[in-house]
Design a protein around this ligand. Structure first.
Ligand SMILES: Cc1cc2nc3c(=O)[nH]c(=O)nc-3n(C[C@H](O)[C@H](O)[C@H](O)COP(=O)(O)OP(=O)(O)OC[C@H]3O[C@@H](n4cnc5c(N)ncnc54)[C@H](O)[C@@H]3O)c2cc1C
Length: 233
């Protein structure tokens, strides 16, 4: 894929939860990307150019526009801007596609996609690929969120598993409520029954969470299993 520096116009911003937004960007020229890719986004902040990486959360079938799914870091430099003013109509500079953990390297017929927090954004793009572009025998998706209110893209994934027999989707929350029937804990607390032999495992989210999950998979034992770890930092 050609890495390009292009301009994008923010077309729409959708609240996914109190702390997550989906940014829809129309591109100045078509961008081909492989699901799992990210772009670098450049912002002018107080006369300084600041760069941040964001994974593409939209389908790779659309080359004219992309979405980025962004979580607020309240004390961060860039993300509070999206909560502070309406950025619809503004132009931003992008560079991409970038990244090594892309679906063209996932060749097994058994795929696991584990997403912590906002990592579910790129998993949405990858799941689109494995349901609309390349079929696999089984696609298991688990989303780990802080609380029920912070579960993102739930309807999208529920529909995906309703419409595809080979797709399973479930949520785990680290802080649950007694009324809810959603499993409480971390993703790695609920993977003991999976068969990880001959599988590709994609893990995305905060680096520590990703590493803890991979350690749990390793402790369960597996052969011919490939990890694709996209740790946000
Ligand atoms: C490959 C990749 C893909 C990514 N994809 C996504 C994505 O899809 N969605 C997403 O939301 N994020 C993603 N990220 C993370 C994203 O790039 C930003 O890091 C994130 O949005 C925070 O940016 P910020 O400018 O708001 O915060 P930053 O200014 O970068 O600060 C982040 C945190 O670090 C703290 N901090 C800053 N400086 C210091 C310091 N000197 N000492 C101690 N603490 C400090 C801040 O207080 C804040 O809590 C990705 C990162 C990578 C590497």
């Amino acid at each position: 894929m050609n890495i390009k520096k292009i301009t994008g116009k923010i077309k729409k911003i959708t609240d996914l939860s109190k702390t997550a937004k989906e940014i829809s960007i129309v591109l100045s020229e078509p961008l081909e990307f492989i699901p799992g890719s990210f772009v670098n986004v450049f912002f002018d902040i107080n006369g300084e150019k600041v760069r941040r990486a964001y994974s593409i959360s939209s389908s790779s079938n659309d080359h004219e526009s992309i979405t980025l799914s962004i979580r607020l870091s309240p004390t961060g430099t860039v993300t509070p801007i999206f909560w502070g003013r309406d950025m619809v109509g503004e132009n931003i500079e992008l560079m991409g596609p970038l990244g090594l953990n892309t679906v063209n390297k996932m060749n097994q017929d058994k795929i696991y996609l584990f997403a912590f927090g906002i990592g579910i954004g790129v998993v949405k793009s990858i799941a689109d690929y494995f349901t609309n572009i390349k079929k696999v025998d089984s696609l298991t998706i688990i989303s780990g969120s802080r609380s029920e209110e912070e579960i993102l893209y739930n309807e999208y994934f529920k529909q995906l598993s309703d419409n595809h027999k080979n797709v399973s989707f479930s949520n785990v929350v680290s802080r649950g409520t007694p009324e809810s029937n959603i499993r409480v804990g971390y993703i790695q607390d609920f993977i003991g029954d999976y068969d990880f032999n001959d599988s590709d495992i994609y893990v995305c989210g905060q680096e520590k969470a990703c590493n803890d999950l991979v350690a749990k998979v390793d402790s369960l034992g597996h052969t011919n299993c490939n990890f694709f770890i996209e740790g946000f930092h």
